[in-house]
Design a protein around this ligand. Structure first.
Ligand SMILES: [Zn+2]
Length: 127
């Protein structure tokens, strides 16, 4: 038997809980989590990718992620690098499909910024 939820009074905590979940999701995104286009296979909720892992903002309790997040220079840089790499690869995919030269120019200029930051981040970690 699978126990997904700890028993608790549902009715008085429900609205507060969903508000909290939203707050946590927003905070995670602010800290570099990416919203995924693909919904959760279990509940159809919005999924986020954070520090290399995928989480469901609906059925998973994400607040420990925020509590556990220690802000150190290394973790921020590592997180930034991961984000930049993800964005770069997304941009490459966009660029492949884009036919409009003006939009291509836009994508390339954004990619140049990502790449520039990435190189700075790499230089810093070599320390
Ligand atoms: Zn879910």
């Amino acid at each position: 038997m699978k126990r997904l939820y700890r028993s608790r009074p549902v009715f008085d905590t429900l609205s507060r809980t969903s508000k909290d979940k939203m707050k946590v999701s927003v905070e995670l995104v602010r800290r570099g989590a990416t919203m995924l286009a693909e919904p959760c296979q279990q509940c159809g909720g919005i999924q986020v990718r954070y520090r290399g892992k995928t989480y469901c903002t609906n059925h998973e309790d994400l607040s420990p992620l925020l509590a556990a997040a220690t802000v150190s220079y290394e973790s921020v840089v590592a997180n930034m690098r991961e984000q930049l790499l993800t964005k770069l690869s997304e941009s490459i995919a966009l660029l492949e499909k884009e036919k409009d030269p003006a939009k291509q120019d836009q994508i390339v200029s954004v990619m140049a910024k990502y790449f520039d930051l990435l190189q700075k981040a790499a230089a810093k970690t070599k320390g």
